[in-house]
Write a protein of this length. Sequence first.
Length: 254
Amino acid sequence: MHSLFTMKRGDIPVRDRRHLRHLPLPPLVLVDTNVLVDALLDRLIRETGRNLGAGLAIDASRDMHHHLERLGREGKIRLFIPDVVKHELSSIAKGGDVLRHRLHEMVASPDDVLHLMEGDMVQEAEAAVMKAFDTWADNEPRFEEEARADGRREQLEAFLIDHKDIYDEVSAMKRMRGSPKRTMLDGMDIYPESEDLDIMCLAMHLASMPLQDLGAVLVATRDGDFSLVAPSLIEHLGFGAVRSARQLNEWIRA
């Protein structure tokens, strides 16, 4: 059966391969900024000689980066960091405030935080994260350019508006914690920020292509803008969203 797929794969978009569960096709996983920040914090905390596990145990989804990295090393998934995520992570690493706040929240002492934020530790940890989570060998720069230019934004916006009740709730929850960036559509500023829309368009584009031996396109993220509409994403836009190791395991084929 795999030999038949090899002959026909050029005619089968990735979005249609999720039904071929009998074939060992790894998913392509686009890694969102929030997951990479967890990985960055993990590497920084290790510099103190402490264990980050206790700090992340409050929310199992914050430990997903370990699972992603392990599955990537084992060849069971392909990992990809979109350009917009690389820019966001670099901005967070250079700015320092987000990392400093998160470090204070977890197990690092004030002296540890000061030590970790000085020198080149943050930049070195950022480089290590980029290397570990951007391993998809078949990526081409044109993919992201095509995703911005192929008109999928209109399809995406129609999908978002169809799910306005969910995004209204997500926005309300986000606003309880601060002042989130949102996108205005159809007179309502409740939709995902532009960077997340870029990720969605890219995932849609990749899922529409007959890319090598891939079984699905997924976005690994803790963001409710993705996770709360995950079943609809795969059904209508062709890509999935996972926020935990358990959800990711459902896409791994033997």
